[in-house]
Design a protein around this ligand. Structure first.
Ligand SMILES: [Zn+2]
Length: 322
């Protein structure tokens, strides 16, 4: 198996509009329609993997109250989503797959060690990163292209130089974090790279950000694996952001990560709320992971000025990476 795709209909069991069950249901259907039919079910793991990232108090709070501060959840549903990510990690470690995509929900990147937020309960990407590290992949790069800043993921690795956290996100937008000058602390100083972009930013600007920041930093960091916090709410049709990517943008970014940083790539679903564009965008990512040609093309848009200024500011804030 070349590309592992981790999915179960059980990912539909948790209701939380607009982070709704149909997101993964219609995406799975679209993949099947496009001859991607081999799904791997999430396996069962020891729950101690969750404790590598989250405090016992927070875990206990979800279990006993079935709730964090904004909406209800059955702990098993959050656990299933995280186990989907660990399954992808296990497949990579055991050479069952060259790379993988996890079509899971609920998402995770807004979850801190001790609190959830923004439809997120357990930080799937962070739990996966720790799992990979405990299996010999010492350096992990997280590339978060969700429209919203991954405040939880940033916080979990803020003082940790073994995980390079990078995020391209719309600003201003929920959760209001992710400033350029937020670069990490202590040993982790310089290992958080935030790239806030204005509403209207699209494919061309993301390509510049990739060639000027993400790819050079990735090459220098030389990670053992990349985890993509793949939130396709940065698509131009998404109702939760004003960014302007197209499905071909996700194909191109995934391909560039594979060819320029490392072949060891796991994509983890974060946001993406337009039920028409999300399936096409996920299919584009999977197509890149499978090293197939993508025929969807690129839809160019008129973009706001100033992206070179943002890139310059990020580079001068992080002099050690170039
Ligand atoms: Zn998002």
């Amino acid at each position: 198996m070349e590309t592992g795709i981790i999915y179960t209909p059980l990912f539909q069991n948790h209701e939380n509009y607009p982070e709704c069950p149909d997101r993964v249901k219609v995406t799975a259907q679209y993949l099947i329609k496009n001859d991607i039919k081999m799904f791997t079910e999430p396996r069962v793991f020891d729950e101690s993997w969750i404790q590598q990232v989250h405090t016992p108090e927070y875990i206990n709070n979800i279990i006993t109250t079935g709730s964090v501060d904004y909406s209800d959840i059955h702990y098993e549903h959050a656990l299933k989503s995280a186990f989907g990510c660990l399954t992808a990690g296990e497949m990579l470690i055991q050479d069952e797959a060259q790379n993988a995509f996890v079509l899971n929900r609920p998402p995770g990147h807004h979850t801190y060690a001790d609190r959830g937020g923004g439809f997120c309960y357990l930080n799937n990407a962070a739990i996966l990163a720790r799992y990979l590290q405990m299996h010999g992949m010492e350096k992990i790069m997280i590339i978060d292209w969700d429209a919203h800043h991954g405040n939880g993921t940033e916080s979990i690795f803020y003082d940790d130089p073994s995980v390079l956290y990078t995020s391209i996100h719309q600003s201003p937008l929920y959760p209001g974090t992710g400033e350029i000058q937020d670069t990490g602390v202590g040993q982790g100083e310089g290992y958080t790279i935030n790239i806030p972009v204005p509403p209207g930013t699209g494919h061309n600007s993301y390509m510049k950000i990739f060639s000027e920041i993400i790819l050079p930093a990735g090459k220098q960091f030389h990670p053992d694996a990349v985890v993509i916090s793949a939130g396709q709410d940065s698509h131009k049709k998404d109702p939760l952001s004003s960014l302007c990517l197209c499905s071909g943008s996700y194909y191109t970014m995934t391909r560039q990560i594979l060819t320029s940083i490392t072949p060891n790539v796991i994509g983890v679903l974060e946001g993406g709320y337009n039920l028409a564009s999300l399936p096409v965008s996920v299919h584009a990512i999977v197509t890149a992971l499978q090293k197939k040609e993508y025929t969807g093309g690129i839809e160019k848009v008129n973009e706001p000025d100033g992206i070179m200024q943002i890139i310059k500011s990020v580079k001068s804030t992080h002099p050690n990476w170039w």
